[in-house]
Unconditional design. Structure first.
Length: 214
């Protein structure tokens, strides 16, 4: 089963558990976010990525420039370990990591969570690639991916038991759009996937194809 099929199944599960009003509110929030034009403002194919240095789950600083000096980089920006869709994506990326590395590339994931939360994500999945903590969305903001959750969604998430201020270390309620970038060694984006609908992610098979086309 492909990643998007798994994500669609997760969406059905969530829909079956939530009230029609909740589903409608969440759907409207996604539609409003898409209508804002944020996808078009985000970095995409042909753009130069900003260099960054962020801590991994062990507290060690990881530099994008250093990773690019060894080969292309697949950069996955996700919402957080509390998001079931992000967990499915990380698991799917882990499955294709050997293929990514066989093509001379590396994989880096970024979330706006505190280091202890990215550590938990690593312990949960043992992905074999770096998961970095972008507290305050400093890096995601440079990619043009950051937005503020509307009050209606904050209330719904709280009802789901999701404590974003505790996860992210601030009360901004800001999140990045989930995004995947295939970055050439010169820092140029060869392929970018950005979608305001967080239930949509780039298929791992497409990542492999993008790397093969470099």
């Amino acid at each position: 089963m492909g990643l998007q099929q798994q994500l669609d199944e997760q969406k059905k599960t969530t829909s079956n558990k939530a009230s029609p009003e909740t589903i409608q509110t969440m759907g409207q929030a996604t539609a409003d976010l898409k209508a804002s034009g944020i996808e078009n403002r985000a970095l995409g194919r042909g753009d130069q990525v900003p260099d960054f240095c962020l801590p991994n789950a062990q507290g060690n600083e990881v530099s994008l420039a250093n990773a690019l000096s060894h080969g292309p980089v697949v950069l996955s920006i996700y919402r957080g370990g509390w998001c079931p869709y992000c967990n499915l994506e990380i698991r799917a990326l882990k499955a294709v990591l050997p293929e990514i590395e066989a093509l001379g590339a590396s994989l880096i994931a970024i979330a706006p969570e505190m280091p202890e939360k990215t550590y938990e994500m690593g312990e949960r999945h043992t992905p074999g690639f770096e998961i970095l903590s972008d507290v305050g969305n400093r890096v995601s903001r440079q990619f043009g991916l950051v937005f503020s959750l509307p009050e209606t969604i904050r209330t719904i998430y709280a009802g789901f038991g999701i404590d974003l201020p505790a996860c992210n270390g601030d009360a901004s309620f800001e999140l990045p759009l989930p995004a995947t970038y295939v970055v050439r060694t010169d820092g140029q984006i060869a392929y970018g996937f950005v979608n305001a609908d967080y239930t949509k992610r780039m298929e791992p098979a497409e990542i492999i194809q993008a790397l093969k086309s470099l």
